[in-house]
Design a binder for this molecule. Structure first.
Ligand SMILES: NC(=O)c1ccc[n+]([C@@H]2O[C@H](COP(=O)([O-])OP(=O)(O)OC[C@H]3O[C@@H](n4cnc5c(N)ncnc54)[C@H](OP(=O)(O)O)[C@@H]3O)[C@@H](O)[C@H]2O)c1
Length: 237
């Protein structure tokens, strides 16, 4: 893969899957612009990968997003990874908490795409990120599942609306990242082992494996409107 001369923008690029994608894109020669809310995480990412450009931005903040894309200039590949995962059963969880999941994943994706549009070329691509919860929900994940499913539908619809720009989504299963660590807390090691053992491939995924799928969608010029499941077979069991 040769990304020399191309600019890749990663909203949510300072950690986990986004950071792994930044590393892979930079290794392929891309100019990589990452954005995230926490300045120290952005700085740490920039310090760890030569050539990275970091911008502090919340995907729901229009002015901050505009600054990200001003810094980026022409956008060859946009990847939107920002998400908010805390949910709860709809019977006893306040709307404000449930809405945050939809706000960040769905409206964050819409905002990122909207700001990118003036900087896209006909050869550009957009990759959104959903999650296996869209197909394999558990109690307490209804709104997270709806948010992930909405982003998959958004990718298909934007593939038509923004053509010939290609728009796809990656749907990861369980992946060893700081997000999963936060979600599982002290049970992390045990849960990762148990979850992995229950999957067809026998383990949870790595951030690099999802990054690989993201860059496949970004660079294969004949794939659009696709949802690529990279979940170790999670949807099947
Ligand atoms: N890990 C898994 O098991 C798994 C499974 C299914 C789907 N996914 C999806 O994969 C994507 C990446 O997850 P990850 O596991 O790599 O998580 P992660 O390590 O927590 O990274 C999330 C990234 O998004 C940024 N971010 C979060 N909220 C943001 C906001 N409002 N505005 C801008 N940036 C924001 C974070 O930085 P700041 O916090 O500093 O803003 C960070 O850079 C997410 O969409 C997640 O739902 C992950």
């Amino acid at each position: 893969m040769d990304l020399r001369g191309l600019t890749v923008v990663l909203i949510g690029g300072s950690s986990g899957i986004g950071l792994a994608t930044a590393a892979a894109a930079a290794a392929a020669g891309a100019r990589v612009v990452i954005a995230g809310r926490d300045a120290s995480r952005v700085d740490a990412a920039v310090a760890s990968i030569p050539g990275l450009v970091g911008v502090e931005a919340d995907v729901l903040d229009d002015a901050a997003l505009e600054h990200v894309f001003d810094v980026a200039g022409r956008v060859d590949h946009l990847v939107q990874l920002a998400a908010h995962t805390s949910g709860g059963r709809i019977a006893d969880t306040p709307d404000s908490q449930l809405r945050r999941s939809l706000d960040v994943r769905l409206w964050g994706s819409i905002g990122a795409v909207r700001h990118a549009i003036p900087r896209l070329t006909e050869a550009s691509s957009i990759t959104l990120v959903s999650g296996v919860v869209s197909a394999r929900p558990t109690p307490g994940t209804a709104v997270a599942a709806a948010s992930a499913g909405a982003v998959e539908a958004l990718a298909r619809a934007l593939a038509v609306e923004l053509a010939p720009v290609r728009v796809n989504a990656v749907c990861p299963g369980a992946v060893e990242t700081p997000m999963l660590e936060r979600a599982l807390g002290e049970r992390y090691d045990d849960m990762v082992a148990t979850m992995g053992a229950n999957l067809p491939v026998g383990r949870v995924g790595t951030a690099a494996e999802i990054a690989d799928a993201i860059l496949f969608l970004a660079t294969n010029g004949y794939v659009t409107g696709e949802v690529l499941h990279v979940d170790g077979g999670h949807r099947l069991v």
